[in-house]
Structure formats: structure tokens, C-alpha cells
Ligand binder design. Structure first.
Ligand code: UDP
Length: 329
């Protein structure tokens, strides 16, 4: 039996495929390579270039392979883009989930692990955020992921599919040998943008606001290493295989780091100076997003291995140094 990874050529998808392959699982990947990269496709996995919104693509994969469970990463994930083009998110993310679930029902596949996000919460009502806290997304990206969770919920009740939804906080870092890593275009995330300065690709990093109600005035985020996220998917598959009920888990380190602290940690990790400018707040950024991941630790037995933020940035630095222009495909 194989695991189907939708979006296995993306950042978190490719790291999860790596961990699954390491564990001895047979992996099948489907990716339309719209934001994923051929260079991120694990050579030990079977690869289909295709779009999950096309039922025939999924029918072919489910017919040609014995699929035990699906891990679903195939979605757009840029908050800013979702504000200006919400329908892109409802089409690719929400409609993509519909076609995928329909195919799973048709082919009798009953387990799915889903890539969700802290953006489902919106402005948090308390810190750390717990899984049953209010979900009121403040952008179409978070809204699309919340709708996808609800779709799985109702389908699980009607059609017997069980799901695990993993709400990531700030994914960071890369595999330790630097062979795969983060490559978004345009890049909007803090760590890769900070590292573009010592790479010589950008003159300075702009801090988006230093007037937040936090100790140094800059936003606090919970950075979690991409391999720790990947491990949670492996554990979630095992949990569903053991008969675990449908569930939602936060994935974070439980510790908040400010933008300024991240820049300082990047200076230490690279040993290079990083020029900083202070800019305006970015619309829609909550002051703090910090997870309680107690539930994932207790129920899934998840234990993040990368707890030192400098070491996390160090793995990202290795990837970017080896691939200053990303995957180039
Ligand atoms: N940020 C920043 N400068 C940048 C990019 C990001 O100050 O060039 C801040 C952003 O306002 C947020 C934090 O860094 O407080 C993390 O942003 P990112 O986009 O990486 O992740 P998000 O928390 O939005 O998912």
C-alpha cells in the first residue's frame, strides 16, 4: 500500500515525502508544479504531474496504485495574494479539496492528513492558542483552509473518511544536508527574506512595524522546523492506521520569537551582519501567534527535535547558500 502525497513537490510536502521514504513507505506524488519544483521531487517516489482539480488525474492514480492514505498539501498559501485574488484560493484550495474527497469516496480511500494553518484562527483570543479556540480567519487563505477542514468534517460523518488536520504555525528551516528547502516566488516569508541580505541579494530586511504590544514592539511568531512538521504527518498517518478518530492538532514549538530576535539569531547563525530598516505594519498581522501543541504531543506522541531557533535558521542558511537561486526549474 502507498501513501499519496498531493503537493509533494512543495516546501513542506517534499520534506514530508523525505521522512515517509526514510521510514520505508511507498510514496506516490501528484503535483501540478504551479508552485512546486521538479527538483524537490524525491527520486524514490512515483511522480504524477497533474492537477487534483481534474478528477481523471486522481482516478488514474487511484486505479494504478493501491493507496492507503492521502496527505494533502496541494494548495496556494500566500496571504497577500489571497486578499487581492480570493477566488484563486476558493478555486484551487476549496474546489481542489472537493474533487479530492469525491475521488477518495469513489475509490474507498478512508484516511487523509491535511496541511492546515494557524491562519484559521485569525486574531487569537488567547495565547497560547488551543485547537478549540475561536476560528475567525482574517484573510481568504485562512478562510479557504478552514472551509477545507469543515468539508472533511462533514464528509467524515457521511462517508466514513477519517482525517487529521495539522494547523502549522511558522514553518522554517530545511533538511540538514541542504538538498531541499524553501523556494517561493514571490518570497514573502521572514527567514528567507532575512537570509537574502547576507546572500547579497537584498540590501536590508524591513521590519514590518515596531509598535506592537510586545516586549520589543515587533511581532511574535512560533517558528517550527519543517522536518518536525514532516514527522507530525508521519505520526498522523500511524494514528489513523491505528483507528484514531478525526482530529485537529496545532503544530508549533510553543515559544514566541520577535522579528528583531529572528534577525539577531540569523546574524549569529550566519556570522554576518544584516542591515535592518523599520517599516510600516503589514495589514492583517496579529501581534502574536503562539501555539499550544500539547494535544499533538499527547495524542500523536509528537516531539519537536529542533528547539533552538538559531539551529533552525542554520539549516535554512545551508539550503540558501547551496541554492542561492532556488531550484532553477
Ligand atoms: N515580517 C517582517 N518583514 C518581512 C517579512 C515578514 O517584519 O520582510 C514579519 C511579519 O510581519 C510577521 C513575521 O515577520 O510578523 C513572520 O512573517 P511571515 O510572512 O514569515 O509569516 P506569517 O506569520 O505571516 O505566516
Amino acid at each position: 500500500m502507498s501513501i499519496l502525497v498531493c503537493g509533494g513537490a512543495g516546501y513542506i510536502g517534499s520534506h514530508t515525502v523525505h521522512q515517509l521514504v526514510e521510514k520505508g513507505e511507498d510514496v506516490v506524488i501528484v503535483d501540478n508544479l504551479q508552485t512546486g519544483h521538479m527538483g524537490a521531487v524525491n527520486p524514490k517516489a512515483k511522480f504524477y504531474k497533474g492537477d487534483i482539480r481534474e478528477a481523471e488525474v486522481l482516478d488514474r492514480i487511484f486505479t494504478e496504485n493501491k493507496i492507503d492514505a492521502v496527505v494533502h498539501f496541494a494548495a496556494n498559501s500566500l496571504v497577500g495574494e489571497s486578499m487581492t485574488n480570493p477566488l484563486k484560493y476558493f478555486n484551487n484550495n476549496v474546489y481542489g479539496m472537493q474533487v479530492l474527497l469525491e475521488a477518495m469516496v469513489r475509490h474507498g480511500i478512508d484516511k487523509i492528513v491535511f496541511s492546515s494553518t494557524a491562519a484559521t484562527y485569525g486574531e487569537p483570543e488567547r495565547i497560547p492558542i488551543m485547537e478549540d479556540d475561536r476560528t475567525e480567519p482574517t484573510n481568504p487563505y485562512g478562510q479557504s483552509k478552514l472551509i477545507m477542514e469543515k468539508m472533511m468534517k462533514w464528509v467524515s460523518l457521511a462517508n466514513g473518511i477519517r482525517y487529521v488536520s495539522l494547523r502549522y504555525f511558522n514553518a522554517a528551516g530545511a533538511i540538514e544536508d541542504g538538498s531541499i528547502g524553501e523556494d517561493h516566488s514571490p518570497e514573502t516569508h521572514l527567514i528567507p527574506l532575512i537570509l537574502q541580505v547576507p546572500l547579497g541579494k537584498r540590501d536590508h530586511i524591513t521590519v514590518f512595524g515596531e509598535d506592537y504590544p510586545t516586549p520589543d514592539g515587533t511581532c511574535l511568531r512560533d517558528y517550527i522546523h519543517v522536518l518536525d512538521l514532516a514527522d507530525a504527518h508521519v505520526l498522523a498517518i500511524d494514528y489513523l492506521r491505528r483507528g484514531g478518530e478525526s482530529n485537529i492538532f496545532n503544530l508549533g514549538n510553543g515559544q514566541g520569537f520577535s522579528v528583531k530576535e529572528m534577525i539577531e539569531a540569523a546574524r549569529e547563525a550566519t556570522g554576518l551582519d544584516i542591515k535592518v530598516e523599520i517599516g510600516e505594519r503589514r495589514a492583517g498581522d496579529p501581534a502574536q501567534l503562539i501555539a499550544s501543541s500539547e494535544k499533538a504531543r499527547k495524542v500523536l506522541g509528537w516531539q519537536p527535535k529542533f528547539t533552538d531557533v538559531k539551529a533552525v535558521i542554520g539549516t535554512a542558511w545551508k539550503w540558501h547558500q547551496q541554492h542561492p537561486e532556488g531550484y532553477q526549474d
